[in-house]
Design a protein around this ligand. Structure first.
Ligand code: XMP
Length: 326
């Protein structure tokens, strides 16, 4: 019977040396288990799946296939980073699937937050299963399950789990980081040579920017979310807040307000800034962004993102608010 719990005597992986020992051991185990068979992985570009991909590349490189599905709800630059790091630098067999139109067409008019999540989760599995069926001789499916996912298995990552695959895709699972906590996965990721920005990136929900475009997602509003988020992240990085603040992003509500530009009335979107600190996402406090930085971010968003005439700040803690808007 498979071991479901972490060995209580297992030392915490908190330095490069312990990370290297873990990597060597996992490479040995993966080689032993996989033999000459092929392994598939859904690579989101998040820390967990990226670390698993890097381990598999080192262990069984040519027998490893990664599939990166772009559902149109990723942050600016994310698909490009996945392609650069894994295909160009690490020489992985990476299949990039541009499923943007498919997701956004299916999401058109879907207002309810849980229904949006269901559409995203189901479509993700459909797209991934279609890609898997095109490939011959895949025996194993690797997953970036980490220990907290096991401890709270109906937790927030449930939809990430590719466990809902159709029965004919009867893969054997490989989960090399399933006994690691997040901080340990990051130490291993650095030791594997993954970029710092990938290893230490802030938490990002599976449904992506979709939950930051409340109500029915439209392409124009989604672009406003993506562009304003990129400005916020850039300014946080330049001003030393990256890696210090737990989570920061923008939200664009589904209605417009009046403004004035070049002497003419405008009727445009508003961008809400949100920056919170948390330990485990069950509660959160609001980061006090200094006013000069807020003004800089406001000026850039108003100047650089079309169809925006207002910038607001969300100062609500969790509870009573949640971190995301839906
Ligand atoms: P809330 O909004 O519930 O978010 O305070 C708590 C944490 O979970 C993330 N989150 C999600 N992550 N799928 C995910 O993988 C989801 O559907 C989802 N909803 C929220 C959120 O970003 C925060 O870190």
């Amino acid at each position: 019977m498979e071991n479901l719990l972490r060995d209580p005597n297992m030392a915490r992986i908190d330095n490069a040396e312990k990370a290297q020992a873990f990597i060597n051991e996992q490479i040995r185990l993966i080689k032993e288990e996989v033999g000459d068979k092929k392994v598939l992985l859904a690579l989101s570009g998040g820390v967990d799946s990226s670390v698993v991909a890097a381990l598999l590349i080192k262990a069984v490189g040519s027998q490893f296939v990664a599939v990166h599905v772009n559902h149109g709800l990723l942050r600016k630059g994310e698909p490009e980073q996945v392609i650069r790091v894994f295909r160009e630098e690490m020489k992985a067999n990476l299949i990039y699937v541009d499923a943007v139109d498919r997701f956004l067409d299916l999401l058109a008019g879907v207002e309810d937050p849980e229904q949006k999540r269901k559409v995203i989760g189901k479509t993700f599995i459909d797209v991934f299963a279609e890609e898997a069926k095109k490939l011959d001789g895949i025996e194993f499916l690797a997953q970036g399950t980490i220990y907290p996912d096991i401890l709270e298995s109906n937790g927030i990552k449930a939809h990430h789990n590719v466990g809902g695959l159709p029965p004919e895709l009867n893969f054997r699972l490989i989960e090399p980081v399933k006994f690691l906590y997040k901080d340990e996965v990051r130490v291993v990721g650095e030791a594997l040579g993954l970029p710092h920005s990938m290893v230490y990136r802030q938490p990002f929900p599976g449904p992506g920017l979709g939950v930051r475009c409340p109500g029915a997602i439209t392409r124009d509003r989604l672009e406003v979310v993506r562009e304003s988020d990129a400005i916020l992240r850039e300014e946080f990085a330049t001003n030393g807040l990256e890696g210090k603040v737990w989570q920061y992003f923008t939200v664009v509500p589904p209605f417009r307000s009046t403004g004035i530009k070049d002497g003419k009335r405008t009727f445009d979107y508003m961008v809400v800034l949100r920056a919170v600190n948390s330990i485990d996402a069950t509660s959160a406090t609001v980061e006090e962004i200094p006013y000069p930085l807020l003004f800089k971010i406001r000026d850039r968003i108003l100047a650089e993102v079309p169809s925006v005439n207002r910038v607001l700040v969300d100062i609500s803690p969790k509870p009573i608010a949640t971190i995301e808007w839906e």
